[in-house]
Write a protein that binds this ligand. Structure first.
Ligand SMILES: [Fe+2]
Length: 280
């Protein structure tokens, strides 16, 4: 083999390796596990485990892997925090198929994201989701009981359902008033499902102990081995809330990197994930 032959062969092998790596970065779903401690947690909930799935964006190619990983976790409940469907290339059947399999694993609780707000027949889709056995807990509180103790599981609808596009100031103001009213006078231990991580100050001011969120897609590109992402909608460049577990005073927030993509169709050092949160 001459030098040119070796060089072309080497280039082809390199290109193949890069292709495999990029496919893995965008389709290789992993499980991220967090342990959550809080001195206010009722004793009966020690060991309680939540499976958290966000931003599926009807990524049907990852369905089987998600279900297999989810089954292996043995969580007590599953929380879905929005963008189950993508509004740009909506595949309702893919989202429904995922929840149909998830309800066989553990009780499923769901809130919408900004993408659902733009899907025309979302009301009918939500009816179908309910019919499949999913608990839609937007602007609802559920009392969860375990070993004689109780906590509150609650959810909020994405503000894009009631606020025009690109009015972030108004988003924050209305969402804040809504959640403060919703939690007023409630001193129970509150776990919130909400699509948006950028509202962490409102979660803190509303007395939320633990908030599960998504929306950020990990910032699309992440600095390797960190939770630092490059860009997140509603937060901008190198934002504070792209992925991982964050704390603000008495509030802990988990931000899922999510499963799928939307406007920007590509991830790097930011693999799709399902998340588990175990209480200790
Ligand atoms: Fe999303």
């Amino acid at each position: 083999m001459n030098k040119a032959g070796i060089s072309i062969g080497g280039l082809a092998a390199g290109a193949a390796a890069v292709t495999v790596f990029l496919h893995w970065q965008n389709n290789g779903v992993r499980t991220s596990r967090y342990v959550y401690s809080d001195h206010r947690l009722p004793q009966g909930f020690k060991g309680f485990k939540i499976l958290h799935i966000s931003d599926y964006h009807n990524s049907r190619q990852m369905h089987r892997k998600i279900i297999n990983l989810s089954r292996a976790e043995g969580a007590d409940i599953t929380a879905i925090t929005g963008d189950l469907f993508d509004c740009r290339r909506t595949d309702v059947a893919a989202g429904l198929a995922l929840v149909k399999d998830l309800v066989k694993i553990a009780p499923v609780y769901y809130v919408t994201g900004n993408h659902e707000s733009k899907i025309e027949n979302i009301a009918a889709i939500k009816e179908e989701i309910s019919r499949l056995g999913v608990n839609i807990i937007e602007d609802k509180k559920i009392r969860l009981e375990r070993n004689g103790d109780a906590i509150t599981l609650m959810g909020v609808q994405d503000p894009r359902f009631y606020i025009d596009e690109n009015d972030e100031k108004r988003d924050r103001h209305i969402f804040r008033n809504h959640l403060l009213n919703f939690t007023k006078g409630d001193d129970s231990f509150k776990v919130l499902l909400s699509h948006r991580p950028e509202f962490i100050h409102t979660y803190r001011d509303s007395g939320i102990a633990l908030a599960l969120t998504g929306h950020a897609h990990g910032g699309q590109f992440s600095i390797p081995f960190t939770d630092i992402g490059v860009f997140v909608p509603n937060q901008g460049l190198f934002p504070p809330y792209a992925a991982g577990m964050k704390k603000l005073d008495g509030t802990t927030m988990i931000i899922s990197r999510g499963i799928g993509n939307s406007v920007f169709p590509f991830r790097l050092f930011n693999r799709p994930e399902i998340v588990t949160v175990e209480f200790e």
